[in-house]
Design a protein around this ligand. Structure first.
Ligand code: ZN
Ligand code: ZN
Length: 406
């Protein structure tokens, strides 16, 4: 039996870019290790959900990890909340939130409160971290940058709740409403929390201090993306493999935790353009002594895509080249390299374009293609697979499947 390493570069796939002489960032990047690996691998272009579906990072990661998002996905809120470090239970309803700035008339003038971040977010969150409302408990915690999370716990709650976030500046905070009786109960608790939080945040010394410094006060909370904590089998129970993750981004950390995976963040390994991967290969080797399936998540490829930064995306790929080369040398493994979706720099958003996939292990076939990019991979033997196929396929190549029939 072999161990499995799945490297997912977020938003990896792209389209021809004018800034790169008509090449995609993968085509333009200098990546000798990855291309050498490609020539000894099976390749393909895959749909991480299905053709014509533009994937979110959460649904596509679930799919690549072998969990059908149609069955298991209950919204981004619970995954963000778990990623932020809250412990959730079945029946909990979670929201993704922003710290925001409202004026005296309650109009949202900045949905990100001047891009407030730690340590200010942590200090303000501690003022409203736990409240009792109507016999229910509300938990609140800071997440990355201006983001935060809200969890409502108690009997008889529903998740079919509208957002309080107006989505644009220049409008007031919306009143949440529920589409059924249980969800209406959740909505009323969220509305009460929103009012109570505004009162407490208005009195916070830190907000006065921010105003004195010319910074925007974080005096309101905007909630969106309600979801119920998903009923989901841990990875070990479903696949018989202990799972680990080298992951920095909150949402994907949340997915790892929901699946019961051990998560590690090596020094300097961030979810931003400053990501340092120099410690990743060593950490991967260490974790593989205790886990059977390791997810490594590279976020800044998606960040550069959303920023329309073709050179930046190319440079991130060049930065991980050496790391991939080292990981490929770890003995007794099946290595896969792919993306969760395409985030073309020309589109600045996720698109439905399929993503390149590479599978390598000593002794397996190779497709005789010597470059890893969107165009070359289209000729590979793995083309047309879907996200849900990938984990079972990797298990097959790792000799972790069972024979079907006699
Ligand atoms: Zn993504
Ligand atoms: Zn994205």
């Amino acid at each position: 039996m072999k161990k499995i390493i799945l490297v997912i570069c977020d938003g990896l796939g792209d389209r021809p870019s004018a800034n790169l002489n008509g090449k995609t960032p993968l085509q333009a990047a200098r990546k000798p290790n990855i291309d050498r690996l490609a020539s000894a691998s099976m390749l393909g272009l895959i749909y991480t959900i299905s053709p014509g579906v533009t994937p979110g990072s959460d649904t596509s990661h679930l799919s690549l990890l072998g969990y059908d998002p149609k069955r298991y996905y209950t919204g981004r809120g619970p995954l963000e909340a778990i990623g932020a470090g809250l412990k959730l239970r079945e029946g909990d309803i979670a929201f993704r939130c922003n710290f925001a700035t409202v004026d005296h008339d309650g109009i949202v003038i900045d949905r990100r409160a001047g891009r407030i971040k730690e340590p200010d977010t942590g200090k303000l969150a501690s003022i409203i971290s736990e409240m009792r409302i109507d016999g229910h408990t509300v938990f609140f915690k800071e997440s990355t940058e201006h983001r935060c999370v809200l969890v409502v716990r108690g009997e008889g709650l529903g998740a079919n709740v509208t957002d309080t976030d107006p989505g644009v500046e220049g409008k007031g905070i919306l009143k949440a409403s529920g589409r059924d009786a249980a969800s209406q109960r959740t909505a009323e608790i969220v509305n009460t929390f929103t009012d109570m939080a505004m009162k407490k945040l208005a009195e916070a010394d830190l907000n006065r201090e921010r105003e004195r410094k010319g910074l925007k006060p974080a005096n309101a909370i905007l909630a969106r993306g309600a979801g119920e904590y998903p009923k989901i089998e841990p990875f070990f129970e479903k696949r018989g493999m202990r799972m680990g993750g080298i992951v920095a981004e909150g949402l994907i950390v949340g997915i790892c935790r929901v699946l019961g995976a051990e998560v590690s963040v090596p020094a300097g390994f961030t979810a931003g353009m400053d990501m340092d991967v120099s410690g990743v290969a060593k950490e991967a080797e260490r974790m593989l002594s205790s886990v059977d399936f390791l997810l490594i998540h590279i976020k800044p490829t998606d960040v550069a895509g959303h920023d329309g930064n073709a050179k930046g995306k190319m440079e991130v790929l060049e930065r991980i080249d050496d790391m991939i080369g080292r990981i490929a040398e770890i003995e007794g493994t099946v290595l896969a390299l792919t993306g969760d979706h395409s985030t073309p720099v020309s589109a600045r958003e996720h698109t439905c374009d399929p993503v390149p996939l590479l599978i390598h292990s000593r002794g397996l076939r190779s497709d005789g293609i010597s470059s890893f990019d969107e165009i070359s991979c289209s000729r590979g033997s793995l083309s047309g697979l879907r996200g849900l196929d990938i984990t079972p396929l990797l298990m097959g190549y790792a000799d972790r499947n069972e024979k079907y029939g006699a």
